[in-house]
Each structure stands twice: as C-alpha cells, then as structure tokens.
Ligand binder design. Structure first.
Ligand SMILES: [Zn+2]
Length: 269
C-alpha cells in the first residue's frame, strides 16, 4: 500500500506541481503590484528594470509591478510627444515657443500612479517613471548641458519627504548622459497646489515668478532640460523656464512625464 501511495505522488502532472509551487511562492513572497495592488508572482517582475535601477541608484529596487500594469506603461505614442507649452500665450513672452516633451497622457494607468507618488509617498514609482521618461528621451536623441527638476517649497518637501520631479529627473539625466543638478532652481513663492485650481488664468497667476536660479549657478550659454512629473497647462514649467532664461540659459527644454495632450503639437526641440 505504501508503495502505491508513493507512486501516486510521483505521478502528479508537472503543471499541477508547478501551480502548487507558484501558490507556495505567492504565500512566501507576496509581491503586491505597487500600482494596482494585485498579488504578483516572481515571473511577472520587471527584471530589466531591476538591473537598470541597480545601475542608476546603486541598490536593489524593491518595486513590484505586475505584468498587466507594466504593459500599460509600454504604450508611448510615437507621434505627438512634443507639444508647445501654451501656458502664457502673451506677447513678448520671455520664453517664446517653449517646447515640451511629454510622452504620456494623464489618464488611465498614469492617473492612478501619480497620486501614489505624491500622496502615497512611493518614491520608487517616481523613479520608474523617470526611467521610462529617460528612455523615451533617449530615442529622441536630445542634447542638453544640464538636467534640473522643478523644485518643491521647503514646506512641501518636508511634508512629502522627497521631490517627485527630482526622482523623475535624476534617471532621465543618467540615462541620457547629461549632468544632473538638483539645486539650480529654487522655489521662492509659496504657491497653492496647481491641482486644486481649475481656472487656467488663476493657475498661471499662482505660479508667476515662483522660481529663481540659485546665485551659485551661472547658466550662461547652457541648454537646460527642466523636468516635472505632470504638466497640465504648462504654467509651472513655463515659470521655471523663465527663471532659467533669466539666469543666462541659451535654450530651455521642458520635459514632463504626462499631461494634457490636447495642446498643439510642436516641432521636435
Ligand atoms: Zn498591477
């Protein structure tokens, strides 16, 4: 009898065993997708990203994203990635024809992810977006002398613990072989959250002259890429660009992970 019981175990179909092992792995390693919260097994992990993360940040990534969410991030539209920053369509604009590189529309997976960074404090999600954005820019072959993030006010930075724009900008710089500097732009005016203001004119007024360039930086003749997470009206990036031009930059390129893609298309920078 013993012999036959042992034979029964030995004859379990391979896929049944694999399934049992996978279930056990889920119990031992319950990887939750950082975006949708679904339990994901080890086979769905973003392996290439782990290597990239290690190279950029010098440590292992603890981010887990399921295959479904990951594939939703892989749908960068080939066209319409460049748009004009139309925040201040005023005469004698200090930043005329400011170009904005923005690969994703602010909807779907992106709309679900950004609040997890800003309010859920998921720093690794910001870094993932930075890697995706940086890879997108690499395809465009952009040239810049410096990558800078849009800064947060010291109060907001203390509250959140990190600047999501900086976490996105850093991998953008590394992947494109451009120096990164987090201390170039300073927020000099305490503004309301842009997301809490619906009117475009009020949004623009809210951030007018909100940024300046640190005295320790001379940007004369430099091409500077300024990075933010989301650009809705473009008002924030426009004001940041204005400060960079005032500090001597010869060209400013705006970069955002996502935003309102209804804006008019622009030529590639
Ligand atoms: Zn997911």
């Amino acid at each position: 009898m013993r012999g036959s019981a042992s034979n029964n175990i030995g004859s379990l179909p391979h896929d049944r065993i694999r399934e049992a092992l996978r279930e056990t792995a889920d119990l031992i390693l319950p990887y939750r997708c950082a975006v949708c919260g679904r339990l994901s097994d080890t086979e769905e992990r973003f392996r290439n990203y782990d290597d990239l993360y290690l190279k950029i940040f010098g440590k292992e990534s603890e981010l887990h994203i399921c295959g479904k969410c990951l594939s939703a991030f892989n749908t960068i539209e080939e066209n319409r990635r460049w748009s004009l920053c139309l925040s201040n369509p005023i005469e004698n604009d200090e930043c005329p024809g400011l170009a904005l590189f923005m690969p994703f529309n602010y909807r779907g997976i992106v709309e679900r992810t950004i609040p997890k960074i800003k309010f859920g404090k998921q720093i690794e999600l910001a870094r993932l977006l930075g890697c995706l954005l940086g890879s997108g820019l690499l395809l465009e072959g952009i040239r810049a002398d410096l990558v800078v993030p849009v800064p947060l006010s010291p109060e907001r930075l203390a509250e959140r613990g990190f600047n999501q724009a900086a976490q996105i900008a850093y991998p953008v710089a590394v992947l494109n072989g451009i120096p990164y500097a987090g201390d170039v732009l300073i927020k000099t005016k305490d503004t309301k959250r842009q997301s809490e203001i619906n009117d475009n004119v009020l949004r623009s007024n809210n951030v007018t002259d909100a940024y300046s360039v640190s005295d320790s930086w001379d940007l004369t003749g430099m091409t500077v890429a300024v990075v933010d997470d989301v650009s809705t009206t473009g008002a924030t990036l426009h004001e940041a660009a204005k400060a960079l031009y005032r500090a001597g930059a010869s060209k400013v390129l705006c970069v955002a992970f996502a935003g309102n893609r209804q804006n008019k298309n622009a030529e590639m920078f």
